[in-house]
Design a protein around this ligand. Structure first.
Ligand SMILES: [Zn+2]
Length: 312
């Protein structure tokens, strides 16, 4: 792999890779910013709650298939060690809304199957595993040692501090559902991950994915300022590239649709803090005046997509 120099705020080595979907090396630069690589920060840009903004490096679009990805990017070793070490206590603050959001995902999964064994890859501190227990026998893989331990301690669920690259604790097992929520955009090799998920699925099993949609209207309107562009995201799928990835690797698509979420008004407000200050202050003032800070609200910005696919 070719190593290249590029403006970056931190000192991790970057390398250039071909398109993960079609293998082409021909691409066009979509957006370019300095790169604050998350992989040598303590908590930094790995965290789900990160407010790291506009430091996502160079995002390219493959000229052959249209897949968008960060290129160059940190080495696999740097990325994997970053996830193993990450700790994000602030993720626990929105625990009630994260539990409800897990049920929104489960509602979609239950349209296709509602019983059996479920594996969640990237299960974080276990909200989804805990929610899924009402219907499924659940197992989690979570590379962050802190998060995997938190899931076991809080919810007494089976969760291993491992990643899909080396899932030694679940070798030889098979599942009716494999779920990855807000995970595929972080993975080193989504194509291998999809194939690995397929290997862990029983015949006819369901793969559930949730990820930002770079083909959405808000991504197109916000361009380089879209919230989905973050240093820890290295792949950006659209409905078209996701369909191609799944159909080309042994799946049929059952549904692709936008995914809204429930959070407190103050959490939604915090998402606006990188945008013009007048907007942040006005919306914040209204929320405060109405006493809504801790009230939960469902918002679908139509730029996250959830997908269910069946193993062919
Ligand atoms: Zn491509």
């Amino acid at each position: 792999m070719e190593k290249i120099d590029m403006e970056q705020v931190s000192s991790v080595t970057l390398e250039e890779l071909p398109c993960n979907l079609c293998g082409s090396r021909e691409s066009a630069v979509l957006y370019q910013r300095p790169y604050l690589t998350p992989h040598d920060q303590k908590v930094g840009a790995f965290a789900a709650t990160t407010d790291e903004f506009l430091n996502y490096g160079r995002i390219v679009s493959c000229l052959k298939c249209g897949l968008c990805y960060t290129n160059p990017r940190p080495t696999a070793e740097a990325i994997l060690s970053g996830y193993g070490n990450y700790v994000d206590e602030s993720y626990l603050l929105e625990s009630s809304s994260r539990s409800i959001n897990a049920h929104l995902s489960l509602n979609t999964i239950r349209r296709f199957t509602s019983t059996g064994k479920l594996l969640e890859v990237g299960s974080s501190v276990g909200y989804f595993l805990n929610a899924a227990r009402t219907d499924f026998e659940v197992t989690g893989l979570e590379p962050s040692r802190w998060a995997a331990e938190e899931a076991r301690r809080r919810f007494k669920v089976e969760c291993y501090p491992e990643s899909l690259e080396n899932p030694s604790s679940i070798q030889g097992r098979s599942f009716d559902v494999v779920a990855m929520s807000d995970v595929v955009e972080h993975l080193l090799d989504p194509k291998s991950a999809v194939l690995s998920c397929r290997n862990f699925l029983k015949p006819g099993g369901i793969l559930y994915l949730l990820t930002p949609d770079i083909g959405s209207l808000s991504a197109k309107l916000m361009r380089g300022y879209w919230w989905g562009l973050r240093p820890a995201h290295i792949y950006y799928f659209s409905r078209q590239t996701m369909t191609q990835m799944l159909m080309g690797n042994g799946f049929e698509i059952l549904t692709i649709k936008s995914f809204g979420r429930i959070f407190s008004y103050s959490y939604w407000l915090s998402r606006l803090k990188n945008y013009p200050k007048s907007v942040f202050l006005t919306v914040g003032g209204v929320i405060k005046a109405l006493g809504l800070e801790n009230k939960l609200v469902y918002i679908d910005t139509r730029d996250s997509m959830e997908i269910c696919a069946r193993k062919r």
